[in-house]
Ligand binder design. Structure first.
Ligand SMILES: [Mg+2]
Length: 292
């Protein structure tokens, strides 16, 4: 069956500058099998080339064409809403590059849109300017609403935290493009030229990856190598179609039956969890039992 994957990066393939074990073989196996995939990130800070280079350096074999960021999704969306429009931007190179590539001019006077991405250099003057433009009628666009970003030393405020400040000051709500917004997830699927039922999202966050995929009728695989633990699933009304400890668990089924969609692989087949001695029940079996 024709199919492909939208794969979240942070918590699935890497953690900060570290590769999650098995991520390299998983991506290599997808490429060997010729299965289409895109790596998705809500982080709008870097360009797709920067991200591909960072991943290559930690050993994950991807090219620029495999990366899809919320900055790209935002720029393409805005170019459709208002060709050759203007934007006041709080954000970094990934976002400004994507806007330029899509025919937008970046201005600091009378913008059509105020666009917010992640940035580590945001100043109060920029926030004040953004608030004024929004109050004067510019539309407020968020590349994503993630409240924070994990770092090696803990957390830093994410794009959602910056956006909340402008929303509070102006009383206007931002329109967000990144996951779980259908704008980004549909654009990524179309880029792979797949239909919804041929698309599977693999992610570590219930609110963004799994909920986003669920809403659009994609298949969903949750990995427990990031922000979600098995016990957390009880809090949610929706559930992923399949749960694995990490992408490492998907390598053997992929190598054995390269053309079989991974969401159809029987639980516990040739996995690290089921092979381990003194093993707990496999993750998938525990989820089906409803009780970790
Ligand atoms: Mg993630």
């Amino acid at each position: 069956m024709r199919h492909g994957y939208l794969i979240d990066m942070d918590g699935v393939l890497c953690r900060g500058r570290e590769m999650i074990p098995g991520a390299d073989s998983f991506i290599a196996a997808l490429r060997e099998a010729g299965i289409p995939f895109l790596l998705l990130t809500n982080n709008s800070q870097r360009s797709r080339r920067d991200i591909a280079t960072r991943l290559q350096r930690i050993g994950i074999p991807v090219d620029e064409e495999h990366i899809f960021t919320s900055a790209m999704a935002t720029a393409r969306f805005l170019a459709r809403m208002k060709p050759n429009g203007t934007a006041y931007v709080i954000g970094e190179g990934g976002l400004t590059t994507a806007l330029h590539l899509n025919g937008f001019a970046i201005v600091d006077h009378a913008p059509d849109f105020v666009v917010i991405g992640e940035g580590r250099t945001v100043t109060f003057e920029q926030l004040e300017q953004a608030v004024q433009f929004v109050a004067q009628g510019a539309r407020l666009i968020a590349t994503n609403l993630d409240p924070n970003c994990p770092t090696e030393s803990g957390l830093r405020p994410g794009c959602g935290a910056i956006v909340a400040m402008i929303e509070t000051a102006t009383g206007r709500k931002a329109f967000s493009v990144g996951k779980p917004s259908p704008v980004m997830l549909r654009a990524a699927r179309k880029e792979l030229d797949l239909r919804s039922e041929e698309t599977c999202i693999i992610g570590d966050t219930m609110e963004t990856d799994i909920w986003g995929g669920f809403q659009l009728g994609y298949h969903t695989i949750l990995v427990l190598s990031g922000s979600t633990q098995l016990a957390d699933l009880a809090q949610y009304a929706f559930r992923p179609e399949k749960v694995v400890a990490s992408v490492e668990e998907l390598v053997a089924p992929l190598r054995q039956y390269p053309q079989r969609p991974l969401w159809l692989a029987p639980s516990g087949e040739e996995t690290s969890l089921s092979r381990a001695p003194n093993t707990r029940p496999t993750v998938s079996a525990a989820v089906q039992g409803g009780r970790p």
